[in-house]
Write a protein that binds this ligand. Structure first.
Ligand SMILES: Cc1cc2nc3c(=O)[nH]c(=O)nc-3n(C[C@H](O)[C@H](O)[C@H](O)COP(=O)(O)OP(=O)(O)OC[C@H]3O[C@@H](n4cnc5c(N)ncnc54)[C@H](O)[C@@H]3O)c2cc1C
Length: 380
C-alpha cells in the first residue's frame, strides 16, 4: 500500500489550492451574502481543467485521475461550499452522463460549450416535487413524435439549472413499471416550453443556484437521448456513485476549512489566563476533528482509487459519503463551539460552513439512502 500522492497528484493539488486560495476563498463570504454565483472564478476554471474533471485528455479534458478529481473538489470545498457544489454538480451530475453515455454528436455539440468556462454550466434533473430518494416515483414523461421527444412534467431542486447550457433530464419513456422505463434526455435550457424557476431560498450554499424546472411539451431531437432508451435508471445510479465521491470530498474540504479557523482561534483566544487551546475540553474537540477529517479523507480517496482502477466502488463511495458528510457537520458544529459567540456570528466563516455542510447529508442520496446501499452490500 502507498498512502503518498504521486508527483502529478501533488502538483495538481498545489495548483488547485493556489487557485482556490486566490480566486474562490476570498469571495466566499460575499457569494453567501449576495447569493450570487462566482462567475469570475468560474471563467478561469476551464484553463486549469476544473470544468472537465472526468474528461480524458484525448477528449479535451485535463486528464487527471479519479483521485485528483476528488482532490479538486475537496480544495474547492475548502474555499467555498457554494462554488464547490456548483462545480461538483457540473462535473459529477451534468457532465458525467454526457461523457460516459452520450453520442459523439452530442459530445461534439455540447462539451465545448460547458468545459471552457466561457459558456455556462451543466446540470442534471432527477428529483421531482413528489420523488427524490425513490426515483421510481418520477412522473416526467417523454414520448416520441416523429423525430422528436416531447417532454412534460416538473423537476425540483436542480442545481445549476438557471446557469446551465443544458439540463440532462431523467424521464419516463415507457408506461411499464420497473427499472427499464426510464431514460436520460439532454434538454438545452433555451428550448421553448422549458421554464426555470427562481433560485430556492436555502439555509446555505446560497451562491449555488437551485431551481424547480417545468417542461410543457418541450420538443428536442430524438438524438438528444443520452445513452440507451430504458437504461436511464442504471445510468443514473452509476452517475450517482461518482457524485457521492465528489460530495464526500467537498465535505472533507469544508471540514478542513472550519478546523483551520477553529485551531487558529483556539491558539489566540484566552480565558482564565491561558489560550483556550490549553483547556482539555477544547483539545478533545480539536483531536476528534483532526482524526475524523483524516478518516473521511482516507475513505474518499480509497473510493476514488477503486474508481480509477475500474473496480466496483458503489459500497466505498456510499461509505465515504455517509461518513464524510456527517463528519463535516460535527466538525463545523464544534468549530462554532470553539469560537463561542463569535462562531455564531457572520463575522467569522464557520457559521456559513456549518450551513453549507448541512446539505451534504441530503443531496445525491441522503444518509438514510447511503445506509440502505451499504446494508444491501453487507447483507446480500
Ligand atoms: C441544495 C440542493 C441541491 C440539489 N441538487 C439536485 C440536483 O442537482 N439534481 C437533482 O436531481 N436533485 C437535487 N437535489 C435533490 C436531492 O437529491 C433530494 O432532496 C434528495 O435526494 C432527497 O430527496 P427528497 O428531498 O425528495 O426526500 P425524500 O426522498 O422524500 O426523503 C425524505 C426523508 O425520508 C428518508 N427516507 C426516504 N426513503 C427512505 C427509506 N427507504 N428508509 C429510510 N428513510 C427514508 C430520507 O432519507 C429523508 O430523510 C438537491 C437538493 C438540495 C436541497
Amino acid at each position: 500500500m502507498d498512502f503518498e500522492l504521486n508527483s502529478e497528484q501533488k502538483m495538481w493539488q498545489h495548483t488547485v489550492h493556489e487557485f482556490v486560495a486566490n480566486e474562490v476563498q476570498p469571495m466566499a463570504h460575499e457569494v453567501d451574502e449576495t447569493a450570487e454565483f462566482n462567475w469570475n472564478a468560474f471563467r478561469k476554471m476551464g484553463a486549469i481543467g476544473l470544468l472537465a474533471l472526468n474528461l480524458p485528455e484525448e477528449a479535451g479534458g485535463p486528464g487527471v485521475d479519479a483521485l485528483s478529481a476528488a482532490i479538486g473538489i475537496e480544495e474547492l470545498g475548502w474555499g467555498c461550499g457554494s462554488t464547490a457544489l456548483a462545480i461538483a454538480a457540473h462535473n459529477g451530475l451534468g457532465l458525467t452522463p454526457l461523457i460516459v453515455y452520450g453520442s459523439e454528436e452530442l459530445k461534439k455539440t455540447w462539451l465545448p460549450k460547458v468545459i471552457s468556462g466561457q459558456g455556462r454550466l451543466a446540470s442534471l434533473a432527477l428529483t421531482e416535487p413528489g420523488a427524490g430518494s425513490d426515483l421510481h416515483g418520477i412522473m416526467t414523461r417523454a414520448e416520441k413524435s416523429g423525430n422528436e421527444w416531447i417532454i412534460s412534467g416538473a423537476k425540483a431542486w436542480t442545481t445549476n439549472a438557471s446557469i446551465a447550457e443544458y439540463i440532462i433530464t431523467f424521464v419516463r419513456t415507457s408506461t411499464d413499471e420497473g427499472r427499464h422505463s426510464f431514460s436520460m434526455i439532454l434538454v438545452p435550457t433555451s428550448t421553448p416550453g422549458l421554464r426555470i424557476g427562481p433560485p430556492e431560498k436555502k439555509m446555505g450554499l446560497r451562491g449555488s443556484p437551485t431551481s424547480g424546472v417545468t417542461y410543457e411539451d418541450v420538443r428536442v431531437p430524438l438524438g438528444n437521448l443520452v445513452g440507451e432508451e430504458g437504461l436511464g435508471m442504471s445510468q443514473t445510479l452509476r452517475t450517482l456513485d461518482g457524485g457521492r465521491i465528489s460530495i464526500g470530498a467537498l465535505s472533507v474540504g469544508l471540514a478542513q476549512a472550519a478546523f483551520e479557523v477553529a485551531v487558529e482561534y483556539a491558539m489566540n483566544r484566552k480565558t482564565f489566563g491561558i489560550p483556550i487551546a490549553q483547556h482539555q475540553a477544547i483539545q478533545w474537540m480539536v483531536a476528534d476533528a483532526a482524526t475524523e477529517i483524516s478518516a473521511a479523507r482516507h475513505l474518499i480517496y480509497r473510493a476514488a482509487w477503486l474508481k480509477q482502477q475500474g473496480r466496483s466502488y458503489t459500497l466505498e463511495a456510499s461509505q465515504g459519503k455517509l461518513f464524510a458528510t456527517e463528519m463535516a457537520e460535527r466538525v463545523c458544529r464544534n468549530a462554532i463551539q470553539i469560537l463561542g459567540g463569535y462562531g455564531y456570528s457572520r463575522e467569522y466563516p464557520v457559521e456559513r460552513m456549518y450551513r453549507d455542510a448541512r446539505l451534504m447529508t441530503i443531496g445525491e442520496g441522503t444518509s438514510e439512502v447511503q445506509r440502505m446501499v451499504i446494508a444491501r452490500h453487507v447483507l446480500r
